[in-house]
Design a protein around this ligand. Structure first.
Ligand code: GCV
Length: 662
């Protein structure tokens, strides 16, 4: 608990910091070219006061000729800012009110990291136009794939607005988030009412809290609302009655929710309704809604997570991995300007290791947004530590080869590849109403890191920790060293003791925590990993499902052959004999044994290293993480033993190091 609040303030805790000559800048503030009454400017001023008082014991006064000047600059684009210190004067120049807010957070970050502001010089323009967090919160208060308590937006089919809502908006703005979707993409009945008179007033009120922090408000939409709310017997996007109903509904929504940015839609997936039911395309569905929101500057974010979850895995040619591309590529260029396709980072579903979705950059004439998952659905449920930013960096840096010179995923989603502006990045959030927001306190590094990376994709995973650790845990160099080491290695460690070389899943069906080698929920035959007594892995080459051919060259050829395929993805792309020798000189089966033993040992090492921080970090944080490590070790041991046993029994090949395998 921080101060009087029943929830932590995370990196905005603003506890006392080393002065380092910083206090003087905050005594007087000169606001030039900005209206102090503007809601976002007011938030920036409030934040400056909170931070300066808490960290430096100084209360800023508005005046002129002050040592801190915050000024509007025509030279800077919207959302951009520049922070400069020269001759004892600190200046925050900003392109607009949001830029000013971000500039203030930048300065407070320096103070919080115990860095001197003297001589500071930084100019920042966000890389991605849209930087959103997606909540999978349900109106009954539950959270789909939530691992840190209940929703703080919803309770008993009602909306909650309180002090925590404002703190949430502050946390989001401090890392540069400019859009939030508050409800689950699986829109259950109660959430359908969010766009009706029953909830308009409260939804508008909630959206206003976000408006104070420059954050656009989005809702997930039930594609079949015409049936569920409109009393029409169809959701066919070409049906005149359907079109008219949505036009009227959107007029109402934008009139009643002033800060509304648009809608997110999951259609034709995992039982959700969609245009396929009526023999129409995804473009027909998205464009119909886009036309209805266009007059109000709204956008439709349409998810590409469309696949047949009833696939028969005994059929070796059908391949879930192909589905996203196959369902969307033919209509490239057919989507309206205010439609953005939101594409999961991999072709499957947020596994610990997947190739990058070939749709990213595969689409050349369509607005795209990348979707990643900060919620640790398949990466340890915020029990196991798994710092995801290195994975997100790999995704952003991936060369799609879609266009010479501007072909990385980061290029595509920033608009650099196609020169488009409706683009960006989204993440499924990992928050809940737990006192520390994220279950495992260390998982807040992902909450923070995603936002910072979305704003500035050139930041490294390490630089982000250099900010987060001193702001959130301690600036003691020893603590920084230990926490950084744990976090930077954690993703590989998790991968080592779970599913090997890109095969994915092997996880308890539905729940997705804990080992179950044959447990993929949509395959009741236990064959999705294709393991037999000779080998394992899915042949996705041109001789198999052909998935590798969905990439541009040279990626397609690289993935197509076992020899050139990146080894960390070998089992995703190929069916490999257990005796196949990897580049390390180890056979596949020995790699499986070794990595599982190593993964467990590394997790044990993390737990011990954390124990060494007792008394050096906040007692509550210490206890929380220690308790999580206890559970992580249990989980890692289970995974190690189950995976090794399974493949020992399948292959009949013993561990060459003679360790106990049951
Ligand atoms: C919100 C996976 C998850 C589901 C999730 C779905 C999606 O299948 O397990 O909980 O539903 O992805 O992204 O729509």
């Amino acid at each position: 608990m921080d101060g009087k609040k029943a929830w932590k303030q995370l990196w905005l805790a603003y506890g006392k910091k080393k002065e380092l000559g910083n206090g003087k800048y905050f005594e007087n503030v000169w606001l030039k070219g900005f209206d102090a009454e503007d809601r976002v400017v007011n938030s920036a001023l409030q934040e400056l006061k909170l931070g300066a008082e808490g960290m430096l014991g100084v209360t800023p006064q508005l005046g002129t000729e002050a040592m801190l000047c915050m000024e509007k600059s025509e030279k800077l684009s919207p959302e951009s800012y520049s922070v400069q210190e020269n001759g004892g004067k600190l200046q925050i120049l900003a392109g607009d009110e949001k830029g000013l807010l971000y500039g203030v957070f930048h300065v407070l970050r320096q103070v919080s990291m115990e860095k001197s502001l003297t001589g500071i010089s930084a100019t920042c323009t966000p890389d991605n136009p849209l930087r959103t967090y997606n909540h999978w919160d349900n109106m009954d208060g539950s959270i789909e794939r939530g691992y840190s308590g209940k929703s703080f937006f919803f309770e008993n089919d009602d909306i909650v607005i309180n002090d925590r809502t404002r703190d949430y908006a502050r946390l989001m703005a401090s890392i540069g988030i400019n859009g939030v979707v508050i409800n689950n993409v699986n829109v259950k009945q109660a959430a359908t009412w969010l766009i009706t008179d029953r909830f308009f007033e409260k939804v508008a009120q909630l959206s206003e809290v976000f408006a104070d922090y420059g954050i656009k408000f989005f809702l997930s939409l039930n594609y079949a609302a015409t049936i569920e709310l409109g009393g029409i017997d169809s959701a066919d996007p070409l049906d005149e009655r359907v079109i008219a109903w949505w036009k009227e509904k959107m007029k109402e929504c934008f009139a009643k929710i002033p800060n509304l940015g648009g809608f997110l839609v999951k259609a034709d997936s995992e039982g959700r309704p969609g245009p396929f039911t009526y023999g129409r395309t995804q473009a027909d569905g998205a464009n119909m809604l886009a036309e209805a929101v266009r007059p109000y500057g709204g956008i439709i974010i349409w998810r590409c997570f469309v696949y047949n979850c009833r696939q028969d895995w005994r059929d070796y040619k059908t391949d879930r991995a192909r589905a996203g591309y196959d369902n969307f590529i033919q209509m490239d260029g057919d989507y309206a300007e205010n439609v953005i396709l939101q594409i999961k980072n991999g072709p499957m579903d947020f596994q610990i290791r997947e190739p990058i979705s070939p749709l990213l950059g595969g689409l050349q004439k369509t607005n795209q947004m990348l979707e990643v998952q900060v919620a640790q659905e398949y990466t340890g449920h915020q029990i196991d530590v798994c710092y995801l930013i290195p994975m997100f960096k790999e995704i952003l840096d991936f060369h799609t080869y879609c266009k010479p010179g501007a072909d990385t995923v980061a290029d595509v989603i920033s608009g650099r590849t196609m020169g488009n502006k409706n683009t960006g990045i989204a993440a499924v959030i990992n928050t809940g109403n737990d006192e520390n927001w994220t279950g495992n306190y260390l998982a807040a590094a992902n909450l923070y890191g995603y936002g910072r990376l979305a704003f500035q994709t050139s930041l490294s995973a390490e630089e982000i920790l250099d900010e987060w650790i001193p702001m959130s845990i301690s600036s003691d160099p020893e603590v920084i060293k230990v926490v950084k080491d744990i976090l930077l290695r954690s993703r590989e460690t998790y991968e080592k003791y779970t599913s090997p070389l890109g095969i994915g899943w092997m996880v308890t069906p539905h729940d997705h925590y804990g080992c179950s080698v044959d447990g993929y929920e949509y395959d009741r035959w236990g064959t999705y990993h294709r393991a037999d007594h000779l080998g394992m892995g899915v042949d996705r080459s041109d001789k198999g499902t052909g998935y590798a051919q969905q990439y541009y060259e040279p990626n397609a050829s690289a993935y197509n052959s076992m020899e050139s395929c990146p080894e960390e993805l070998l089992l995703f792309f190929h069916h490999v004999p257990y005796t196949y020798v990897l580049k390390t000189g180890k056979t596949l089966i020995q790699h499986i044994y070794d990595s599982h033993f190593e993964g467990y040992d590394e997790a044990e090492g993390f737990a011990k290293a954390w124990d060494g921080l007792e008394g050096k970090v906040d007692a509550q944080v210490f206890a929380n993480v220690k308790e999580r490590f206890g559970r992580q070790l249990y989980n890692a041991r289970e995974w190690r033993d189950q995976v090794n046993t399974y493949f020992y029994r399948k292959s009949g090949i013993p561990d060459e190091k003679g360790r106990t395998i049951y």
